[in-house]
Write a protein that binds this ligand. Structure first.
Ligand SMILES: Cc1cc2nc3c(=O)[nH]c(=O)nc-3n(C[C@H](O)[C@H](O)[C@H](O)COP(=O)(O)OP(=O)(O)OC[C@H]3O[C@@H](n4cnc5c(N)ncnc54)[C@H](O)[C@@H]3O)c2cc1C
Length: 637
């Protein structure tokens, strides 16, 4: 397997424009001769399917929800970054690029990140043209707020519902193409495998979630925009349906998986409250614009927060990171919260919580302004906790939120399987070891609206793609494998539900491969995962049949994939003997507890090649070359 990034040479700021000019085009009349499968209709997939349909390709788009509008992207709250510099506070494409590379702890590809920063400005224009109701200033310009890891305000937002509004924009564009007949939508249809013919991705095998029908769909190219794998931890802020199946199945067919251990733990989530909880709730990072994070200075101080005087509070982010304060990046804020709780100063019944306090902002700005900015988030918090955050500080704790790792892609967003392109959270490309807040929406929409429409044309125009017959032996073999696996899951008839295995796996991953990792813990996880997997295949119970709506069966398939994928995550975390971004190995830290990178040995993307069942994956390295930024120790002090 060869990892060729294909990033163009030459000055950073000119790479993308030159590349766009040099890539081949498909002429308008020929576009309808090509068919493209898009799996996923969140911001990345929805925007890609709409854009490709608009260009005239024949598109088939798949999602497992009953409507593209229900993709997990709808949950995004806080905002989307763009280097518009409306605030005149010093922002620029160069600064967004630099903040993102530094925020990712220098583990991302420079050329991709620069392109992302360049495209960020087009995204806002596109979304405004679609009618996305971004917040505006009194004078009519779009408003901005600040997010972590930046000293400028560049985050565009629609109250606390930015993802929903952006998705409605993409959905309208998609529906227009469905109406025009260029896109055929397949809701409630789950991709269960990838068809590779003559070394190229040529289709997918799906199961219809209502009828159970298993079908093959063929095309000239396949795009996966299937989101992240944070639910490997069972508890996360992701929607319950988020899974690794599409990317893991593609990995098993030859797509390299990059940096799987790079997981983001978000510092501001509602703390876990009981053993039977199945979901965690994010409190948007935007709240850190006005909320101050603190814990009592004294261990075991159980007084109600409002009775603890200022002098006895430790505003630890402001103390430790004076230049960024409460808006330091997520990995840093999460570790600092853990440190405070490990020190016995955590709050709430479990001691696994810190305060996010709006008292000062309410005094300064008035309750009305705070309600205007964050009203829906405060309401959500109150409904879940039965506490009024206008009166008492929120209690928050870090939780799994986003996955920087994903299928390896080159500059054209193509995986190591020719023809298989990967967009949005499903790829690894832009965020290195830590993603800055409000950058995932930017990434998904950049990939879907502005990158893939060019690069897929180049792929389609570059080689002959003879039609694949539905009864091609390879097609039949993949379809047969899907049928056999579905039957096998149903036939076990053991005693444990998929959820029970998932919960156990998630706990193990959180303990051994979560916010802090070490070699001993990772080795323990690597020893336990195979035995859990073995028990799964012996003792799973899936009620019902395969010919009907069967959520137990859906979950079982996804958990089976998580049980394989988790091992790769731990292997990746074990091999990376450094700390960077969200990957914190306790053995590699500075005396004051910060991540200690090892640039000499680990300035590369770790891309893993599947070697077959029971065999350890093979590591390939894409060296990261920094020509435009200086590799420095990341500091937010
Ligand atoms: C609570 C929350 C708040 C967030 N807030 C922000 C924010 O303010 N700003 C920001 O930048 N980022 C935010 N993020 C991150 C951001 O929302 C996601 O990274 C982004 O929306 C992912 O978009 P996507 O299109 O890549 O994937 P998704 O939106 O997850 O879409 C995945 C699509 O793939 C489909 N799919 C998956 N598997 C299959 C399969 N096997 N077969 C068929 N279809 C499949 C699904 O049906 C879905 O349509 C937030 C995340 C969370 C959890």
């Amino acid at each position: 397997m060869e990892l060729i990034s294909g990033a163009p040479s030459g000055p950073l700021a000119e790479k993308w424009d030159r590349h766009k000019f040099e890539m081949k085009l498909v002429n308008p009349a020929n576009k309808r001769k090509f068919s493209v499968i898009v799996v996923g209709s969140g911001l990345a997939g929805g925007s890609a399917a709409a854009a490709l349909g608009e260009l005239g390709y024949r598109v088939q788009c798949f999602c497992f929800q009953d409507s593209p509008r229900r993709a997990h992207s709808i949950a995004a709250q806080g905002g989307i970054n763009a280097a518009k510099n409306y605030q005149n506070d010093g922002d620029s494409i160069q600064r967004l690029f630099y903040d993102t590379v530094k925020g990712g702890d220098f583990r991302a590809r420079e050329a991709n990140v620069y392109r992302l920063a360049q495209i960020s400005v087009n995204i806002i224009d596109q979304c405004v043209a679609q009618g996305v109701p971004f917040a505006r200033e009194y004078g009519g310009l779009l408003a901005n707020r600040s997010f972590g890891g930046a000293q400028v305000s560049r985050t565009f937002y629609a109250r606390g519902q930015t993802g929903q509004q952006l998705l409605l924009g993409a959905y309208q564009a998609l529906e227009r193409q469905i109406g025009a007949g260029t896109v055929e939508m397949h809701p409630r249809t789950e991709m269960l495998d990838l068809v590779v013919v003559d070394g190229r991705a040529r289709g997918i095998v799906t199961r219809h979630l209502v009828t159970g029908r298993i079908e093959t769909h063929l095309a000239d190219a396949v795009i996966l925009a299937t989101g992240g794998y944070g639910n490997v931890f069972y508890l996360s802020t992701n929607a319950k349906g988020c899974n690794v199946t599409a990317t893991w199945r593609a990995h098993r067919r030859g797509a390299a998986f990059a940096n799987p251990c790079f997981t983001q733990i978000h510092p501001t989530c509602i703390p876990v409250s009981g053993d039977y909880q199945s979901k965690l709730t994010l409190m948007s990072e935007s709240l850190r614009n006005d909320g101050r994070v603190w814990v009592p200075k004294q261990r075991g101080d159980h007084r109600p927060p409002n009775e603890i005087p200022d002098a006895e509070r430790d505003y630890y982010l402001e103390r430790k990171y004076p230049s960024y304060g409460n808006l330091c990046p997520r990995d840093i804020a999460s570790r600092a919260a853990k440190e405070a709780c490990d020190d016995g100063r955590g709050v709430g019944e479990t001691g696994l919580g810190v305060y996010l306090d709006f008292r000062d902002a309410i005094q300064r700005l008035g309750e009305g302004r705070i309600r205007e900015r964050y009203g829906n988030l405060f309401e959500m918090y109150q409904r879940i906790t039965d506490e009024d955050p206008y009166k008492v500080p929120m209690r928050i704790f870090p939780a799994v939120h986003y996955t920087m790792g994903g299928l390896w892609v080159d500059y054209n967003l193509m995986s190591t399987i020719p023809g298989l392109h990967v967009l949005g959270e499903a790829n690894f490309s832009d965020h290195g070891a830590n993603r800055l807040g409000a950058s995932a929406l930017m990434h998904g929409l950049a990939d879907g609206y502005f990158v893939i429409p060019y690069t897929i044309g180049n792929y389609l125009a570059s080689q002959p793609l003879p039609p694949v017959a539905p009864d091609h032996p390879e097609v039949r073999a993949v379809e047969e494998a899907v049928r056999a696996r579905t039957s096998r899951l149903l036939a076990i008839k053991g005693n444990r539900t998929a959820d029970s295995f998932h919960r156990e796996l998630g706990r193990l991953m959180w303990d051994k491969c979560g916010m802090a990792r070490d070699a001993a813990g990772l080795k323990e996880a690597l020893a336990r995962i195979p035995s859990l997997r073995e028990e799964f295949w012996k003792n799973l119970t899936v009620p019902g049949s395969g010919e009907e709506l069967n959520q137990g069966l859906e979950r079982a398939g996804r958990v089976a994939d998580f049980l394989e994928f988790a091992e790769l995550m731990c292997l990746d975390a074990l091999h990376r003997e450094e700390s960077c971004g969200g990957h914190f190995r306790t053995e590699y830290q500075t005396p004051d507890g910060e991540a200690r990178r090892d640039d000499e040995h680990f300035t590369y993307v770790a891309a893993w090649e599947y070697q077959g069942e029971g065999k350890p994956a093979r590591l390939h390295k894409e060296p990261l070359v920094f020509e435009n930024v200086h590799l420095s120790t990341r500091s937010y002090k």
